[in-house]
Design a protein around this ligand. Structure first.
Ligand SMILES: [Zn+2]
Length: 69
């Protein structure tokens, strides 16, 4: 579905949940999200987490080793 996105992480701006694009699972439910409601970035800590709408990491797709890079 969002295969033309080519960044590592995506942030669902409405829910504030960020996802690891390479690890997306059905439980992430991003298929409900409109492309205009997505912020994409390669940098979880430098960009995604600093986004005003960021709230939390996706529990299904973001693994622990990303937690404090
Ligand atoms: Zn996810």
């Amino acid at each position: 579905m969002y295969r033309y996105l080519n960044k590592k992480f995506i942030l669902d701006i409405n829910s504030g949940v960020c996802h690891d694009f390479s690890n997306i699972t059905i439980n992430c439910q991003i298929y409900k999200v409109d492309l205009s409601d997505i912020f994409e970035s390669d940098y979880l800590h430098k960009e995604i987490k600093k986004h005003l709408r960021y709230k939390e990491k996706g529990i299904y797709c973001i693994r622990e080793h990303f937690s404090d890079q």
